[in-house]
Each structure stands twice: as C-alpha cells, then as structure tokens.
Design a protein around this ligand. Structure first.
Ligand SMILES: [Fe+2]
Ligand SMILES: [Fe+2]
Length: 311
C-alpha cells in the first residue's frame, strides 16, 4: 500500500503528458484528469477554443497509447475465428484461459484479507470504475437493431429497470460510503487508471466501437466469478446483505448478461461482417490484460505489506 506523491497534470493541456512507457503513473493520471473533464456535464465557457486544442493533443496521446496496447494482443486476436458460432465459442473460452483469469488475489480476498486490505482493494476498484452504464450508452450509438436492443436492455438493468434503488452505480457508491473509501485519481495505482482509460478510449472513439463491444462483453463474461469471491470476503468481514448487494447482484446477473450479450450482440455483429471478429477479440483481450495487470499490482501492494507487517 505505497504512499505516492500527489500531482495534478490535469489542468494543463496534453503538452504535459509524460510517456506511458517512462512514467505510466504520470501518463494515466493525466489521461484520467482529461477524461474526467471530457465526460463531465458542463456549461459553455470562454476557454473552449484552447480546451479543444488541448483535447486534440490529449486524444493523440491516448490514441498512440491504445495503438501500442493493441500491438501487444494483436497475434492472439488474429487467431480468433471469423465464423460467428466459432467466434462465440472462442470468446466464451476466454473465461477459462483469458489473461488474469483464476488470479489468486480473489480467493485470498474471500478467505483471508483484513478489513483494511479489503478497503484498499475496493478503493482502487472504485477509482478505476469508468461507469458501465455510460460506457454501454456511448457504445450503442449507430449499432444495428438487434445488438442495439441488447445494449438497451443491459443499460436498463444498470438503471435498476426504472427503480432508482436498483441502479448499479449508486449501489457501489453506497458500499464506498459504508467503508469510508476515498477514491481519488492521485491515490490510485496506474494499472487501475489504465483500465478505466482503456474503457473510456473505446467508448468515446468510434474507430474502437468493436473493441468496446468486446471489452464490455468480456466484463460480463468474467465478472461473476470475481464478484462472488469479493461478496464472500465482505460477508466474512461482517457486511450486511444490503451492503454487499452490488457484488452479490453481479455474481448472478452478469451470468445472464453475458449469455445475452454473446447471443444478441456478438453473434449478429460477426455474422453481418466477419472482419469485426478480430476487433472484438482485441478489445476483449486488452480489457482482460488491463485486469491482469491490476491484480498483479494489487497482490504486490497487499501481500508485500502483509509480509512487511509480519516481520
Ligand atoms: Fe452492473
Ligand atoms: Fe452486467
């Protein structure tokens, strides 16, 4: 649980973007600040021209980084079949063999982590949460009717099907409040910021529309197993049914979301144009690689601290 220095590269334009290879923490903090401002609901202001120039530089920095990340998964993604049935089977197999699957962090959270360790983990996760509802909403723009309808269904579930108490985002906020979490960009490891920055890049850039479909679908595919173990850990630590609801809900609901996504979104999109298989596969592999990188960093922070405390 490393203490890190606070920096605020945000207010400056992209000229202040450090290289993601040389300073990943600085790069992802800068990109997170940019994304926060880019997505916020705001009023007109006099600085809009300068802001647009800074935005172009930031989006170029974002694009170069995403292209480098694409190269890392390119060869595995190219091996994905382009026949729609085979592709869905390939995609579903990522649950077993995808990057970060079966990570030992989660059984440890279920069985061993202290309340403080669980709080640190959740604070990183909450800070790195890009908002599944907004990502789905941005991704559905100009999709064909059948996938668009499934994205709408999924979004409506995120909205508690019209019941404010059933909205998923506020459920996670309530847990953060219960545990007195203080998520912040500068208090979050770059691996977690990078995960959110990847999802935002996919959802806001239409050239990555198929990547967004793959990344969101692979979250639905792989979240239930992890959610179940986190919920188990929260129960062990004495949190009530209501307080654990976000994780208990996703342990079950995302199984259905995943089945629906694969049938209603992936299958028709690939049947309509088999060339999309490769881009959906890249998006899924990039999202899983981001997760794997987070889990490895969390283990280094959490287990390193445990070992130090025991000495
Ligand atoms: Fe959800
Ligand atoms: Fe879901």
């Amino acid at each position: 649980m490393t203490e890190r220095t606070t920096r605020r590269p945000a207010e400056a334009g992209a000229a202040s973007f450090p290289s993601p290879a040389a300073d990943p923490q600085g790069f992802h903090e800068a990109l997170s600040w940019f994304n926060r401002r880019r997505l916020a609901a705001r009023a007109p202001h006099d600085g809009w021209e300068a802001e647009l120039e800074a935005e172009q530089a930031a989006r170029l920095a974002e694009g170069s980084w995403i292209e480098a990340e694409r190269r890392a998964v390119e060869s595995r993604a190219k091996s994905a079949p382009s026949n729609c049935s085979d592709f869905v089977a390939w995609f579903e197999e990522l649950k077993a063999s995808g990057p970060g699957q079966g990570d030992p962090l989660f059984p440890w959270l279920a069985e061993t982590a202290t309340r403080e360790e669980m709080r640190w983990f959740l604070q990183q996760e909450v800070a790195g949460e890009a908002g599944f509802d907004d990502l789905v909403a941005m991704t559905q723009v100009k999709m064909p009717p059948q996938p668009k309808m499934e994205l709408a269904n999924n979004y409506w579930d995120e909205m508690g099907r019209g019941n404010i108490k059933g909205m998923h985002g506020p459920m996670l906020d309530a847990l953060a409040l219960t545990l007195d979490l203080k998520p912040s960009i500068e208090g979050t490891v770059w691996e977690s910021l990078a995960l959110a920055n990847t999802m935002v890049a996919f959802a806001t850039s239409r050239r990555y529309a198929w990547h967004a479909v793959g990344a969101l679908g692979v979250v639905e595919l792989t979240a239930p197993g992890r959610s179940k173990l986190v919920a188990q850990g929260l129960k062990r630590l004495g949190l009530s049914n209501r307080e654990r609801l976000y994780f208990d809900l996703h342990a079950v609901l995302d199984v259905k979301h995943s089945e629906d996504w694969n049938r209603e979104v992936l299958r028709p999109l690939v049947a309509e144009d088999p060339a999309r298989a490769r881009w959906i596969a890249e998006g899924a592999l990039m999202r899983l690689s981001c997760g794997a990188r987070c889990f490895a960093r969390y283990r280094r922070e959490l287990w390193g601290a445990v070992r130090l405390a025991a000495e």
